[in-house]
Design a protein around this ligand. Structure first.
Ligand code: GAR
Length: 212
């Protein structure tokens, strides 16, 4: 049975929630969040984790003097053990940095159900489609190929499924004739960068209520 969501404590500018941001690639969403947090908020980024040693987004952690850890998948054959070991290493960093909320901002790995169970209600994901439509790693391609006229982004709590947890907010963009994966991605990233720091404000200020 799925565990219920346990949301983070209600935070304030004086006692901000300690956030870890997980990335795998360019990190434009991380950059947007760090810019947003230049003004004091009820959340503050204390740790950045990348599974990818070459992630461009690592730069934003270093430039902002935030603890930034590269944790690649351990080099072992058994895929299950590999995932569990990897998440064990990540969990140690989360505990060491007293993290209270995890933000998946372009993190391209699926978390195991046991990791999600430990943090359920305290992991949010940004996905570049209007979920439940087009989950997975090819959201833009799938949206364009399906012929829909509208796509967008979703901010949601993570559960043990793939891109399935409780939706916190969505924003739409139009798909225009001649749209490419690149142009759609650029448009959607722009709205993601506006919406998700604001949703973090609401979550940290206790404005969402859990459903199981
Ligand atoms: C973002 O568009 C985010 O929604 C997407 O990856 C991009 C990361 O961009 N996430 C997923 O597809 C997760 N399934 P960034 O590295 O420039 O922030």
């Amino acid at each position: 049975m799925e565990k219920p969501y346990i949301l983070p404590r209600r935070a304030s500018i004086d006692k901000p929630l300690r956030i870890a941001v997980f990335i795998s690639g360019s990190g434009s969403g991380l950059n947007a969040l760090l810019n947003y947090q230049q003004t004091p908020r009820a959340h503050i980024t204390k740790l950045i984790i990348s599974d990818n040693i070459n992630a461009h987004g690592l730069k934003y952690g270093y430039d902002n003097n935030i603890k930034t850890k590269i944790i690649p998948l351990p080099d072992i054959f058994d895929k299950n053990r590999q995932r569990i070991l990897h998440e064990g290493l990540i969990n140690i960093e989360l505990i060491n940095s007293k993290v209270e909320l995890i933000v998946l901002s372009g993190y391209m790995r699926i978390l195991t159900p046991s990791f999600v169970a430990k943090w359920k209600g305290r992991i949010i994901n940004i996905h570049p489609s209007l979920l439940p439509d087009f989950p997975g790693v090819h959201a833009h391609r799938d949206a364009i190929q399906s012929g829909v006229k509208i796509s967008g982004c979703t901010v949601h709590l993570v559960d043990s499924g793939v891109d399935t947890g409780m939706i916190l907010a969505q924003r739409e963009v139009k798909i225009i004739p001649g749209e490419t994966i690149q142009t759609l991605q650029d448009k959607i990233k722009k709205i993601e960068h506006e919406i998700y720091p604001q949703i973090l404000d609401l979550l940290c200020e206790g404005q969402y209520h859990p459903m199981s």
